[in-house]
Design a protein around this ligand. Structure first.
Ligand code: PGA
Length: 253
């Protein structure tokens, strides 16, 4: 990975941890983080934990992200959360288009087309998730799926802002299954995603961070994170333990 791209490792807690658990997790993580390593570290926590997480990370290098947001700055959208509300809490970024939200909560490429530029405009770092299902991979449709998802979600992002998006390649078959992609599979898909950004802007392709997610743990992280185009990891299950998550951060090249 070229020095121009700082690795990005984020823990995706999903719907785990209360405020009390957040308050004990964060200091345990900070105490175990490698010192002086050039890596951006994120925690993507439930909405109810955001304020506690921001307070707990304090002036450490750990950044706090939300797991979703609505595209409108405010409005009659019961149960939703807007970008300015996240900013007010001191949140750094937001995960958008996670496959669990696409599968279970009707998240669409069309909505993401509005959410990604809305996050950037608000000053939040979007982490856009894309990835193919097992059936799509077996049918040889991985690239078609990735092309569709990446092109759709970035359609309304200016070329100059493409590199402000972090793209997470998360093959659906690898999420929460223990079946991690091979380093070659991760490298190949991520290089393809980088090339898709390159179709819009070569300069953005060189700068954009594309990370891998799906059954990353402290044992397999090193091999994946040292692939040439892999700029970091989005970690679900293994991020719930602060010691294991710190080991993954330490595995960045
Ligand atoms: P996992 O989840 O690491 O538990 O597979 C990754 C994710 O969904 O972001």
């Amino acid at each position: 990975m070229p020095e121009s791209r700082v690795p990005f490792v984020a823990g995706n807690w999903k719907m785990y941890k209360t405020i009390a658990e957040t308050e004990s997790y964060v200091p345990a993580l900070v105490a175990k983080l490698p010192v002086g390593k050039p890596v951006d570290i994120g925690l993507c926590v439930p909405f109810t934990d955001l304020a506690a997480a921001v307070a707990a990370v304090g002036d450490s290098e750990v950044r706090v992200l939300a797991q979703n947001m609505h595209q409108a700055p405010e409005g009659a959208f019961t149960g939703e959360i807007a970008a300015p509300m996240l900013l007010e809490l001191g949140v750094h970024g937001v995960v958008l288009g996670h496959s669990e939200r696409r599968r279970d909560f009707g998240e669409t490429d069309r909505a993401l087309q509005d959410k990604v530029p809305a996050a950037i405009a608000a000053g939040l770092e979007p982490v856009l998730c894309v990835g193919e299902s097992e059936d799509e991979r077996e049918a040889g449709e991985t690239q078609r799926k990735l092309r569709h998802q990446v092109q759709e979600a970035l359609l309304q992002v200016d070329d100059e802002q493409l590199a402000d998006v972090v793209i997470a390649y998360e093959p659906i078959w690898a999420i929460g299954t223990g079946q991690v992609a091979t380093p070659d599979q991760a490298q190949e898909a991520i290089a393809f995603i980088r090339a898709l950004v390159g179709d819009r802007s070569e300069e953005a392709a060189a700068r954009v961070r594309v990370i891998y997610g799906g059954s990353v743990n402290s044992e397999n992280a090193g091999e994946i994170l040292t692939q040439q185009d892999v700029d970091g990891a989005l970690v679900g299950g293994a991020s719930l333990d602060p010691v294991a998550f710190a080991e993954i951060v330490a595995a960045t090249p």
